[in-house]
Design a protein around this ligand. Structure first.
Ligand code: GAP
Length: 544
């Protein structure tokens, strides 16, 4: 059934992604590498189209002379492309070195490692024996998994499962232990056969570490792969100000790879260890920052809708005060109901955060901590900054108002891989179309927005005659198109539907006589006869 959260639908999407060359496991011939993914011929085009649409809509196509709907004033946008490895002090001042960690838990028996907050469990009892059964399965799979594990633990046959007494529903292991309603000694790990095998939770920094230089060895050579693209923008703030004519308010955008050593990468590309981000750091006057925060939250929300994500599967969620990062004054997440999640659950596509002056001040003064409602430089036992800042002045002087201030930052931070996955899942449809004889045949179709579709048009000649590739050659300089003369026309349509191609052009016997072709629309299936000489303009119009 369409538009439902279910794992089998997700499995069919993953299978299409592999079969049609959207996404492959990295290093697959060696068994793959958990948390790393490669984009195949169609996938690279889809993801590139998504990033290009973002860059065009946010940066290159931005009209800095106009006041856009909802914006407090006109503003400028510019871009950067920074390195993946940066000075280690960047991560010390940003807080990532000390704070960018997850809690992990190991199983002494199975030797498996889990993210503490991913484990859920519930009490199960049978004939006086009690155990807190856990699982790391997510979504709708979690509850049945605990039943199967309890059945195995108590050594029951399938028909005896009803004899298990359950002490309530699934709850987070972390919360159950914090509340004292479970202990690690009573807990049956997700892959263990006996309780008590899980270790105490430990912190695990998510930054990938590397060494710089051939003779690398001591602590000075330690470096990190960036876990976000944002910091490259903050440390270049002054360079951009000094070399371009931008004035506050303005934004700097960056698209690029980020790396996080996720403890349990999962759900296809959703949580990967190497992924791409599309981030904007928007610098504004402190007094205007709340209005800019609202502008960017609404603008980014609308972007996903305009590119065709189903409104009913999207959610804009303002964070509660206790959810905010230590620096954040306000954050909203744009979330999507991915099919691998349980009904009613959403996964984050993008966060829009009001970061105040935390970032620029951190890189001036040193790592900041919140104290008495304000931000102060964290000091060590010697009273000196724990992590020293650059000492460079990153304030801004407004030569019209003659004011000097440290700009506040609004950060719309999106994941290119998560967005690609959301568009892929949303576009996936199974329906029925009439075949060449008018009989219904089931088809799989990706109803991607034409801007995102890897191939915009397919030219399908039904007759092999000289000159047929002409239309293809006329169209190719304007948009990605394919020439396909293999197989029945039905099979060719099916191939293009699965690839998400919005328009197919069939060239037949009549084409040579009257210079017309049949244009078939992927979604409406409407077919119309159009003049060959008008095809390029017609499709360019549709695309724009
Ligand atoms: N600079 C802020 C920042 O990085 P974040 O919420 O940690 O914020 C922003 O990340 C976006 O990056 C997320 O909304 C998500 O789309 C993407 N992202 C984060 N971790 C990811 C992962 N492990 N795999 C894929 N995408 C990820």
């Amino acid at each position: 059934m369409q538009n439902q959260n279910d794992q089998s639908r997700m499995d069919r999407i993953v299978s299409l992604a592999k079969r049609r060359g959207f996404i492959f496991q990295s290093s697959e011939i060696y068994g793959g590498l958990n948390g790393f993914w490669d984009y195949g011929p169609l996938g690279v085009a889809l993801k590139r189209n998504l990033k290009d649409a973002w860059w065009h809509d946010m940066v290159a196509g931005h009209d800095e002379l106009a006041t856009l709907a909802g914006a407090p004033s006109p503003y400028e946008m510019t871009g950067l492309d920074c390195t993946i490895i940066m000075h280690p002090q960047v991560w010390k001042c940003s807080g990532h070195f000390d704070l960018f960690h997850d809690w992990m838990i190991d199983c002494r028996e199975s030797k498996r490692r889990y993210r503490y907050d991913h484990l859920h469990g519930r009490w199960a009892a049978h004939r006086g024996k009690k155990v807190f059964v856990t699982t790391d399965a997510s979504g709708d799979e979690a509850a049945p998994e605990t039943v199967a594990r309890a059945q195995k633990f108590f050594g029951l046959r399938a028909k005896q499962v009803d004899e298990i007494e359950w002490g309530g529903g699934l709850e987070s292991l972390q919360q159950a232990i914090a509340a004292g309603s479970a202990t690690l000694a009573d807990t049956l790990g997700p892959d263990a056969t006996a309780p008590g095998s899980l270790t105490e939770p430990r912190e695990f920094n998510l930054m990938f570490e590397t060494r710089i230089g051939a003779l690398a060895g001591d602590d000075e050579d330690r470096a990190f792969l960036r876990p976000e693209t944002a910091q490259g923008i903050f440390v270049n703030f002054k360079n951009v100000l000094d070399t371009s004519r931008v004035r506050v308010p303005f934004g700097i955008a960056q698209v690029g790879k980020s790396f996080r050593n996720e403890i349990t990468p999962r759900n296809f590309t959703f949580r990967s260890r190497e992924f791409e981000q599309m981030e904007i750091e928007f610098f504004c006057k402190p007094a205007d920052s709340a209005a800019w925060y609202r502008y960017w939250r609404d603008r980014r929300w609308k972007w996903y809708l305009d590119l065709g994500l189903t409104a009913g599967r999207l959610q804009l969620r303002e964070h509660a005060a206790d959810e905010l990062s230590h620096y954040s004054v306000g954050t909203a997440d744009i979330e999507y109901a991915f099919p691998f999640l349980a009904a009613g659950e959403f996964g984050e596509l993008e966060g829009i955060a009001h970061r105040g002056d935390f970032d620029l001040r951190s890189h001036m003064e040193g790592k900041l901590v919140r104290q008495d409602g304000g931000l102060v430089v964290e000091t060590g036992p010697d009273g000196k900054p724990r992590h020293k800042g650059s000492g460079k002045d990153l304030s801004y002087f407004d030569d019209i108002t003659r004011e000097r201030f440290v700009p506040h930052v609004i950060e719309p931070s999106a994941g290119a891989d998560r967005a690609t996955l959301a568009f892929l899942c949303d576009a996936y449809h199974e329906d029925e179309v009439p075949d060449e004889d008018g009989k219904p045949r089931s088809r799989t179709v990706l109803k991607l927005h034409p801007r995102l579709a890897p191939v915009k048009a397919a030219i399908l000649p039904l007759v092999k005659k000289d000159g047929m590739p002409d239309l293809y050659r006329a169209l190719k300089p304007h948009m990605a198109c394919q020439y396909d003369e293999k197989g029945s026309v039905g099979r060719r349509y099916a191939r293009q539907d699965e690839a998400g191609t919005p328009w197919c052009l069939t060239v037949d016997g009549q084409s040579l006589a009257d210079r017309t072709v049949t244009l078939r629309d992927r979604d409406s299936l409407v077919q119309q006869r159009v003049a060959i000489d008008e095809v390029v303009d017609l499709l360019r119009d549709k695309l724009s």
